[in-house]
Ligand binder design. Structure first.
Ligand code: ATP
Ligand code: MG
Length: 184
């Protein structure tokens, strides 16, 4: 994965087609995983650099697949918070030990457990993701339980013009029928 130091080409873009493209790439390369996309967001538009955000999605969705067993479900869900479009990437994989959480985004850091020693990587992916998301004035949060799975959440600022009433946000979040894109 190349470092994200070049200049950014920021524009108004729809994140959903990017998510679908990346999910489809992994559905082809990892046919034994089940990949789902759920859309609960009011809008999936953000201001950003499409190539850079695709790089973030490639690593986060790639990690979810790489660090979870065949047959595992990986869900990419888009939702709206008052100030952010949030992309939650959830897996049913190895999980992350508590003491590793604070080091995860450091360059070249990899968890050295026997359960993942055979899984290849450079340990740069999350450091690059953090840098790219920071350049978008967003952030990445992680929730994880060892042996159960992880959720990486990417927060991207929403357009100011899109401010929505709290009731509308709640209705979108609790929607019983999210738009589902199931990749076979
Ligand atoms: P690279 O992305 O550079 O090819 P990498 O995947 O090892 O290599 P990162 O993406 O930075 O590097 O991830 C750092 C470490 O965090 C990984 O080595 C892995 O142990 C752990 N990790 C990342 N994502 C997950 C996940 N979804 N589930 C479990 N562990 C994870
Ligand atoms: Mg990685």
């Amino acid at each position: 994965m190349e470092a994200g130091r070049q200049s950014y080409e920021m524009g108004d873009l729809d994140l959903l087609p990017l998510v679908q493209e990346v999910v489809e790439t992994f559905a082809v390369s990892s046919p034994k995983h089940e990949l789902n996309v759920e859309v609960r967001a009011l809008s999936t538009r953000v201001r950003g650099d499409a190539d850079k955000l695709k790089q973030v999605l490639m690593n986060l969705i790639g990690n979810a697949v790489k660090y979870s067993p065949e047959g595992g479900v990986v869900t990419v869900a888009l939702r709206t918070e008052p100030k952010a479009l949030v992309v939650d990437i959830t897996d049913q994989g190895l999980g992350i030990p508590k003491d590793a959480l604070s080091k995860l985004f450091s360059k070249f850091y990899r968890i050295d457990n026997s359960d993942r020693r055979k899984i290849g990587g450079t340990g740069l992916g999350l450091a690059i993701c953090k840098e790219i998301v920071k350049a978008h004035e967003g952030e990445i949060k992680v929730q994880s339980e060892l042996g159960v799975g992880s959720t990486f959440s990417m927060y991207l600022p929403r357009e100011a013009a899109e401010e929505a009433a709290p009731a509308k946000l709640e209705a979108a979040a609790s929607s019983q029928q999210p738009r589902l894109f199931i990749v076979e």
